[in-house]
Design a protein around this ligand. Structure first.
Ligand code: NAD
Length: 495
């Protein structure tokens, strides 16, 4: 059985805890590997190596760090097809989607190549007579990332590119369901010339996570995953004196106004609801259809569904792969049954799709006439299930979105610029699309939701990422004329 080890000190390190977890190919249901699950002691050993590396790395010049990032970016671009294949083999998403994930992660590496510019502070000459004041940004030391199964390369890249460019050592605890992408990135960092110990992978489950959250040598924790765990990470990490950003789950609404271009809205809803089998934190899981567009929109979405091809992600014909585990497949199927019991109209039932073999496949589901008090509306299902809620007015649709527990992404579909602008002003969500269903910001902005989709106040990557992985220092300096001397016990003023 293939064994997936840790990556410590610039090389693979087999685990010593005696605990392993199974890794499956979701398209076949076969176990393909065992992943080592780190003990608290192993996490401590990894952190000790990272601490030593961090001390040297913060002294590396900006030019040197930028050179490593450029090389890393080059290698990642050249090997993106191989990395996509690794992702598909453990996550199940189709190869083109895995390649898309790598491409978005690559953007973060490109952003981080500009680290000399991003680390600039500010300077005020003559704040008082002969006194200059300036600010500098410095790395935190050892920082950690804890990441979800659904983007095994992109989410680690959101974090590690910025953290490392800023001069930190980065310890990654990837999802134990698809850990191989993290090891792939580790090899790229090594080949790019990153000194040993600056990028570390500790594989594991709750035991490793708790060791990270309580280790005094880790200064900051960046987390992406489900809301209950995000809340736990935030509370535990901050209680142990760490800086924490914890991105949680989502229930993203797409508001379709009566004047929207019908085909574009239907295409967008299908792409955003069922891409990656709905296992995206920015997936559209609710369409709010306002007024008399509801009937035609449901028909237009339904008409597109029979043409979708579901199958093994390595087959170029497949548009949608399996779900991540057999248990998750059962959970999502249970929601379809629940929706029917609760009174939703089942326009398409994913349980009827037949894919040969033992993969964790589920077809696409469309539920119409969903009401806000139904579980299929309230819960994050994280599968290929799209709910349609019919609203009479824009105000009713907006209220639904703003009353929702989550506030990750949202989108409006309309031809009315004034309505779109009003929506952007009114809506309580961190990322907004105007006729764009999955508004994941480009790497030079930052990614993050509101409400139960984010614990902490800093968004991920881009300018917020630099802010998160650095701390500022302000220096007030005077170079007195030789021979001058005076004693003054008053509080320093600038007058
Ligand atoms: P998850 O919360 O189960 O796991 C995320 C990480 O936390 C993993 O590394 C896992 O090992 C660890 N973990 C799991 N249970 C733990 C526990 N009890 N104690 C400590 N650590 C624990 O999430 P997932 O199922 O891997 O990913 C899907 C979720 O992530 C969805 O809710 C999705 O919306 C969310 N997500 C959010 C974003 C975002 O940007 N907001 C992006 C991607 C995914």
């Amino acid at each position: 059985m293939n064994r997936i080890a840790h990556w410590i000190g610039g090389a693979e390190r087999p685990g010593s805890s005696g605990r392993v977890g199974p890794v499956f190919n979701p398209a076949t249901g076969e176990q393909t590997a065992e992943v080592d699950l780190a003990s608290a002691d192993e996490v401590a050993q990894a952190v000790a190596v990272a601490q030593e590396a961090a001390r040297a790395w913060r002294s590396a010049s900006l030019a040197k760090r930028s050179t490593v990032l450029f090389k890393f970016r080059e290698l990642l671009a050249a090997q993106s097809g191989d990395l996509a294949a690794v992702i598909t083999s453990e996550h199940g998403k189709v190869l083109s989607d895995a390649a898309g994930e790598v491409a978005r992660g690559l953007e973060n590496a490109e952003f981080a190549t500009g680290i000399p510019h991003l680390m600039k502070g500010s300077f005020s000459e003559q704040a008082a007579t002969g006194v200059d004041v300036y600010s500098i940004k410095q790395p935190l030391g050892v920082v950690a990332g804890i990441t979800p199964f659904n983007f095994p390369a992109m989410v680690p890249l959101w974090m590690c590119t910025t953290a490392i460019a800023a001069g930190n050592a980065f310890v990654l605890k990837p999802s134990e369901k698809d850990p191989s992408a993290a090891l792939f990135l580790a090899r790229l960092w090594k080949d790019a010339g990153l000194p040993e110990g600056v990028f570390t992978v500790v594989n594991g489950d709750k035991e490793a996570v708790d060791a990270i959250l309580t280790h005094p040598g880790i200064a900051a924790v960046s987390f992406v995953g489900s809301t209950p765990i995000a809340k736990y990470i935030y509370e535990t990490g901050t209680a142990h004196g760490k800086r924490v950003q914890a991105l949680g789950g989502a229930k993203n609404h797409m508001l379709v106004l009566p004047d929207a271009e019908l085909d574009a809205a239907a295409d967008a809803a299908v792409n955003a609801a069922y891409g990656s089998a709905g296992e995206r934190c920015m997936a559209v899981s609710v369409v709010v259809a306002v007024g008399d567009i509801a009937g035609p929109l449901v028909d237009a979405i339904a008409a597109r569904l029979p043409k979708l091809r579901i199958g093994d992600g390595t087959d170029p014909e497949s548009q949608m792969g399996p779900l991540i585990t057999a248990q998750h497949r059962e959970k999502v199927a249970g929601y379809i049954a629940r929706g029917a019991e609760e009174g939703a109209t089942v326009v398409a039932d994913g349980r009827e799709a037949e894919v040969p073999g033992d993969g964790y496949f589920l077809g696409v589901t469309l539920l119409d006439n969903v009401k806000p008090d139904m579980d299929v509306y309230a819960d994050e299902i994280f599968g290929p299930v799209l709910a349609v809620v019919r609203a009479e007015t824009y105000a009713e649709g907006l209220a639904l979105i703003n009353d929702n527990e989550y506030g990750n992404g949202t989108a409006i579909f309309t031809r009315d610029g004034g309505a779109a602008r009003q929506f952007q002003f009114d809506v309580d969500a961190g990322m907004v699309g105007v006729n764009v269903p999955i508004p994941v910001p480009v790497a030079y902005y930052s990614f993050g939701g509101w409400k139960a989709s984010l614990f902490g106040d800093t968004h991920m990557y881009g300018p917020d990422g630099i802010h998160f992985f650095t701390r500022s220092k302000v220096v007030t300096s005077r170079w007195p004329d030789p021979g001058t001397s005076s004693v003054d016990l008053g509080f320093p003023t600038n007058r």
